[in-house]
Write a protein that binds this ligand. Sequence first.
Ligand SMILES: [Zn+2]
Length: 342
Amino acid sequence: MTPSAYLDAHSADMLALLRRLVRLATVNPPGCDYDAITSLLVRELTARGLRARRFPIPKALAKKYLPPEQLAFPRYNVLGTWRVPGATRTIHFNAHYDVVPVGGEWRHGNPFSGALDGGWIYGRGTADMKGSIASLLLALEALRATRTRPRLNIEVSFTADEETDSVLGAGWLVQHAPIHPDFAIVMEGGERGTVCCGHNGVVWLEVTVHGRAAHGSRPERGINALEKMAALVRALDDYRRMLARRTLVTPSGATMHPTINVGGVFAQGPGAKINTVPALARFTIDRRVLAIETVATAERELHAFLAAAARRIPQCRITVEKISDNHPCFTKPGGCRRSFLP
Ligand SMILES: [Zn+2]
């Protein structure tokens, strides 16, 4: 039997495994069920003949990078290796196992049930990216079961925290795990059969607008932070227009622009009440960074824009804090050596 015939014959197994993975609600933040899913993934890799290890993130390191309310949720990364006799190079497959929290209405019951409807699985993380994990595990199984020897050593990592900042997930792996890849494939979900050569970076900022509290019956005595924030958010339209003029054409011919998303999180200050002038308003900015930019220049540019916009708004005082960033990357499509392709 060929590996591809094996895949066809066992697609039901893959779907069953995918539904098992979806039922583990690895929601991040805060980082639920990481223990359960990484234990399962180590077992699945071992069952396919890989040497598999689970690396718990040391408490001291977690303390350094996680907010205090997440310290009760330990982080783990999983590494599997398959040394192939005679192979001199190594390919690394990476997937993250965490998923974003669920928002809004879910039309298919519990988002972690893995419900089937009309031939589709509906569940948080099915595409991003537990589907990739299940596919990879079946692919490894197909190679073993059909005694197909890969031309490259294989490394597999399943990492935490991609939906936040990856520092204790893929970031930890690159810095601390015994990996030696010559090639790497990030099996990020949602791209169907497309192979992408890179990804955007991000800069996440939190903008706080400082006003002055007053009684709601005498609003002229206060400085309304919400109104100042609204003016600042409107001013960001100019920045958005500027970004729309900046383009990157991908190897597949798609034109991309940097983007900003405003107010994924927004909040008022403490003690807010209907009859008070809000003294504080806060919102986040999610700036996506193209591979032709850098995180540092994008951050500087956005800071400068916000400062200039705030200066133009009377009595608008702001402070800006960085929540996190992540670098963009790009590899030329011709960078892969042909001799290692099937
Ligand atoms: Zn993802």
